[in-house]
Ligand binder design. Structure first.
Ligand code: PLP
Length: 423
């Protein structure tokens, strides 16, 4: 068959874009060659509805082994008693948890999207806000940090059935222990969504949700540096509190409800090529190299935040504990959209982002979100962060001047020229 040059040329163009630019999108990373190889392997040909040892298709002996290794490595990495590696994405992991724990109309308490939460935490444009009854907590206007007393007050007033702790754009460590006290006081299930900081949590650099939260979801492709995908975990299994019984009259375990919610509840065949890539990424994450990587991510992020603050940028919460930071650009007189577009012209990729108490629409926004997981994978260190901030600042200060943007682009390309995607 003829090679599809049209698509392969585009893939090559995207590779060049990734190689030559500075990638500051907080949810992105670069996977290792072996993760990439597994993701593009013959395992994509295999149907395997069900779970290892309990499939609805023949010929699953090999993928059974692959999936079991992925589960075992994830358990070892996070200290989890239960893991489901089948969710195709973070959103599908969250969907499955809601299916397992809620009925339509139930109240959920999540982090407001415009304050740093995720669409799937109850946004009205997402299934989570359409199917369920969402209420929100947010950050304090003065400090940009969560106020746990206020979250307790909201929970007491609203009596949610499920509370979601976790965010897409919150740069401070989360107190999962306190969240559990809040959840217990109203009899709610507590779910942590650690999609962003999962890699740092795995290596003990941030608070561990597993001992405190009933259920933990994550993506596998952000700081965890695996293929695009999702995962559900529990620190310990428990009998479901909804009275759902087995034929023998015993209560079904939560693990059984979650497995059923993923398949057949919410997905069909698992992506075994991606599960193989997840297994490899978890194996990489179990090494000391990965600990050093996460420590470097933390150092790079705090160095970048300090350099931005020194240049008069308003970082929500005035700094970062993790890999990311949210900048309110209102004192710089341009929107998040303007900044994103100007930075792209200089081969620096970020995303526009709502900031807490934003007065602009989600299509315009007052902020941008930056993260350092990807540039750290490419080998950049603390000393490079100041140079990146200088380039970002030059773009933002001259966002309407295409000559300056072209000159910055040359500097960006020179900086990234010899760095492979994965070091
Ligand atoms: N949860 C959080 C906190 C996220 O930040 C994201 C992605 O950005 C998701 C869930 C959804 O992940 P996916 O894009 O894989 O559906």
């Amino acid at each position: 068959m003829q090679r599809d040059e049209q698509i392969f040329e585009l893939i090559q163009a995207e590779k060049e874009r990734q190689l030559h630019g500075i990638e500051l999108i907080a949810s992105e990373n670069f996977v290792s060659p072996q993760v990439m190889e597994a993701a593009g392997s013959v395992l994509t040909n295999k149907y395997a509805e069900g779970y290892p040892g309990k499939r609805y298709y023949g010929g699953c002996e090999v993928v059974d082994e692959v999936e079991q290794i992925a589960i075992d490595r994830a358990k070892a990495l996070f200290g989890a008693a239960y893991v489901n590696v089948q969710p195709h994405s973070g959103s599908q992991a969250n969907t499955a948890v809601y299916h397992a724990c809620l009925t339509p109309g139930d109240k959920i308490l999540g982090f407001d999207l415009s304050h740093g939460g995720h669409l799937t935490h109850g946004s009205p444009v997402n299934f989570s806000g359409k199917l369920y009854n969402p209420v929100f907590y947010g950050v304090e206007q003065e400090t940009g940090v969560l106020n746990y007393d206020k979250i307790q007050e909201i929970a007491t007033k609203e009596q949610p059935k499920l509370i979601i702790a976790g965010a897409s754009a919150y740069s401070r460590d989360i107190d999962f222990k306190r969240f559990r006290v809040i959840a217990d006081s109203v009899g709610a299930i507590l779910m942590a969504d650690i999609s962003h900081p999962a890699g740092m949590i795995a290596k003990g650099i941030l608070n561990d949700p597993l001992p405190h939260c009933h259920i933990v979801t994550t993506t596998t492709h952000k700081t965890l540096r695996g293929p695009r995908g999702g995962m559900i975990m529990m620190g310990q299994d428990f009998e479901n509190p909804f009275g759902i019984k087995l034929k023998n009259g015993n209560l079904r375990k939560m693990s059984s409800l979650l497995d059923s919610a993923v398949f057949p509840g919410n997905q069909g065949g698992p992506l075994e090529h991606i599960i193989a890539a997840k297994a490899i990424a978890f194996g990489e994450a179990l090494t000391d190299d990965f600990l050093n990587y996460q420590l470097q991510v933390k150092h790079n992020a705090s160095t970048m935040a300090d350099a931005l603050v020194a240049k008069g940028y308003n970082i929500i919460s005035a700094g970062t504990d993790n890999h990311c930071m949210l900048i309110d650009l209102r004192n710089k007189n341009l929107s998040g959209k303007d900044a994103e577009q100007a930075l792209v012209k200089a081969d620096i990729t970020v995303n526009k982002n709502m900031v807490p108490f934003d007065d602009k629409s989600p299509f315009v926004t007052s902020g941008i979100r930056l993260g350092v997981a990807a540039v750290t994978t490419r080998g950049l260190k603390e000393a490079d962060m100041g140079a990146i901030v200088d380039l970002v600042d030059e773009v933002i200060t001259n966002f309407e001047d295409d000559t300056v943007l072209a000159a910055v682009k040359e500097k960006v390309n020179a900086m990234m020229k010899d760095l492979p995607l994965f070091q």
